[in-house]
Design a protein around this ligand. Sequence first.
Ligand code: SF4
Ligand code: SF4
Length: 400
Amino acid sequence: MQRRESKSGVTRREFLRNAAVTAVAGAAAGVGTAAGLRTARAEEAPTCDRRSCATGPRTLGRTGLEVFPLGLGAGGIKDAAVGRRALDLGINYFDTAEGYQDGKSEITLGKALAGRREEAVIATKWGPWGKETAEDYVAALEASLERLGTDYLDIIQLHCAESAEGVANDAVWEAFQRMRDAGKVKFNGISTHENQVEVVEAVIESGRYDQILLIYSALNGDQMKPAIRKLREADIGVVAMKGLAPVHEGKGTEAFSNLSGNPYQQAMQWVIKDENVATLIVNMPTHDEVQEAVAAARGEIVESAQAEFEEAVSTASLGLCRMCGACTGQCARGVRVAEVMRYRLYHDGYGDRARGASLYRALPAGASAAACSDCASCRVVCPWGVRVRDRMVDLHQRLA
Ligand code: SF4
Ligand code: SF4
């Protein structure tokens, strides 16, 4: 297990150990204390099922699917038992993709859900890379079904639609309708990481998508809250990702060192409290991390703790990447800065070094940060103060 450090330098695992000590000392579950949300284990949180949680269940837009407000991001899943543990604790939304771990994510998730398929909502993704025709997409979906060991998907998402042009993919629409009519998939979805506001507008305008997966956290809330509200009004189900980015991004900053609670749980609750979001997917590689996340979803959301968390994010945020995508296309030499920053988050923030490195190394020649070290002056302007050249050079030295 890779170490995950909070901004205060305390790892996520150490938070979890501290929680156990708190419980032994007799604290009543540690949830919703006067000081805010303390780390809590799911077993110690108030009893609740999907219907009684203060924060759930939620309806995923026009799909009508009911989902727990916390979902499992299975991109890095290695152990089927962890996926099954998530299901046992009430999580019912599972996100994967054909490309995650070269298909191994789907295989492991399929093992986790074997025999309990009807309890789960499975969303996977077909990527546009190397596909042109509807037949290409149909073949990809058939392969995903086989790896997942199921005969239907709840949601198929177009992976990485980063512009209005990317949203308007006729081959995907044709393939989706064909597979829906064959009973192999129920709903059409889409995922985005860059130019999210533009993509949201295009998704609403197209009328083709039932669900969207997008980046949402305390770092980009000002920009994305209105867009998410519009999606809700259009009855498109919103699934959030990278909600822990504020904590991962700012490791070691002083602003987070004085937080009274577990910053990972506070970050999750920041997203979950927005009821326009149906569920937040979180990478949970271990049983402890599943429990930590479920406890956050079940715990009372304390306003003072949220205000404290927002203040910490605001204080620490200058120089932190918000994954806003404003740098896309700025580098005349073709470096894909926003994409490189995302892979850096996987590698350094999530601690998923293999995934971050392999995605970075798979970038086409010219798109990686190889050109940055001999670039006299960086022309990329980040509105949030990220020192782009320094970050690019550092990452390339470590991952190339
Ligand atoms: S580097 Fe700056 S402009 Fe680029 S995605 Fe991050 S915050 Fe946005
Ligand atoms: S340092 Fe140069 S090559 Fe690298 S992102 Fe900036 S402008 Fe592009």
